[in-house]
Design a protein around this ligand. Structure first.
Ligand SMILES: *Cc1c(COP(=O)(O)O)cnc(C)c1O
Length: 400
């Protein structure tokens, strides 16, 4: 490591000494919680602000741990200049509110993440940005929602919790033809299955909280835009509104990311095994896994996900809420917790969590009943995982 790349600490009266010079270099990125960065002179500061020299000033504007993490995620997605934000929702907010202005119109998939839906339904309209939600599995439905003033289309490639696959080819062609920005929230699919820019994304978003960081101990997001002007707009909005991540969270996420590829493969292998196992059991109405032959979008899963079914499995129990309660209790070796992407398997019950704001009829319309569970499959030993699920299924059958 040269002196220029070695992290240096400014010695001052209050904090004399700085760092003790050394001939060795750490192999792990140092955690740098400093909020402020000292420069030598006003001229040196000018050089920094005008991009002639690299450096930091104030952590809300950027800090080394966020930058190191951002470059790692950039490499995974094959896009440059991504920004790490304090949460996945901060990334969604920065992309939408950093670019759109009053009078613009935004089209969103009708099965987006719950808080993204809320942003579309409540907050953007309040600020004069109109929105329309449409079925992302059907490019014609998206086309019908477009208006002359539509600025962007926001979609997720795989819907939560029903695991339907978006019509990526149709939507990408439509957005290109109509000059509308395509924004892809790639959290669910991850860059291991989908490189969003290869599917026409102008802007890519992640909740790093989920599989990328992978250990349920940080809340972070990432957003990248291909166009440098859009990137600047997003960054300025995030810095002004303080959507800045904590250095410690970035440092933890960088560590988590080191094993992302391994964790994805293992979780996916477990998810496939679980889906096939569930399909052989009684007491279930339906099992959904993208690459299974009985999935409604399996041809698209082959084309869009390149056969990578991912780490999520959804199933529907017979017997409604009573069976659901019994299942969660019976499967108590697994966490009943509304998240995804953890090293451990987590069970989510959309009707009582992510989709509780919808009426039963609205839930039924998108295929969610009181018996629906979404499983974010973790890295457990496969047989132990299936046994834990079987305990839940046995309890659900007894309750029914
Ligand atoms: C969790 C999630 C988000 C929000 O991310 P946070 O880090 O919880 O703010 C956004 N989109 C998708 C698809 C998610 O799963």
């Amino acid at each position: 490591m040269s002196d220029e790349t070695r992290p240096r600490v400014k010695p001052t009266l209050m904090r004399p000494g700085g760092m003790i010079p050394e001939a060795s270099a750490p192999v792990v990125t140092p955690l740098m919680p400093s909020v402020v960065y000292a420069s030598e002179t006003p001229d040196a500061l000018d050089d920094q602000y005008e991009g002639r020299a690299r450096g930091y000033t104030y952590a809300r504007e950027g800090h080394p741990n966020a930058e190191v993490l951002a470059r790692r995620i950039d490499a995974l997605e094959g896009i440059e200049g991504g920004l790490v934000t304090a949460s996945g929702m901060a990334a969604v907010t920065a992309a939408l509110m950093g670019i759109c202005r009053a009078g613009d119109h935004v089209v969103g998939g009708d099965q987006l993440y719950g808080r993204s839906l809320r942003l579309m339904r409540e907050d953007l309209p309040r600020l004069g940005i109109e929105t329309t939600l449409a079925d992302q599995t059907d490019a014609e439905a998206i086309a019908a929602a477009l208006r002359p003033e539509t600025r962007m289309v926001l979609i997720e490639v795989v819907s939560n919790p029903t695991l339907r696959i978006a019509d990526m080819a149709g939507i990408a062609a439509l957005c290109a033809e109509r000059g509308v920005l395509l924004v892809i929230d790639n959290t669910f699919t991850t860059p291991a299955a989908v490189k969003a820019v290869e599917h026409g994304a102008d802007i890519v978003i992640h909740s790093v909280t989920k599989l990328l960081a992978g250990h349920s101990d940080v809340t972070l997001g990432w957003v990248a835009a291909k166009d440098p002007e859009l990137k600047t707009a997003i960054t300025n909005f995030a810095v002004t509104t303080g959507l800045t991540p904590s250095p410690f969270d970035c440092w933890l996420a960088e560590r988590g990311l080191l094993t992302f590829g391994l964790r994805f493969e293992r979780a996916q292998a477990n998810a496939r095994a679980l889906a096939d196992h569930l399909a052989r059991q009684t007491g279930l109405k339906q099992v959904l896994y993208p690459t299974r032959d009985d999935h409604p979008d399996r041809a698209r899963a082959q084309a869009v996900l390149r056969g990578q079914g991912g780490h999520m499995v959804t199933f529907e129990l017979e017997g409604g809420r009573a069976a659901a309660n019994a299942f969660a209790k019976g499967a108590s070796d697994l966490a009943f917790a509304p998240t995804l992407g953890d090293v451990g398997t987590t069970l989510s019950h959309p009707a009582s969590s992510s989709h509780r704001a919808l009426t039963p009829e609205a839930r039924a319309a998108i295929g969610i009943s009181e018996g629906t569970f979404r499983v974010s499959v973790g890295l457990e030993e496969t047989e132990a995982l299936l046994a834990a699920i079987d305990k839940g299924l046995a309890a659900a059958r007894d309750a029914g």
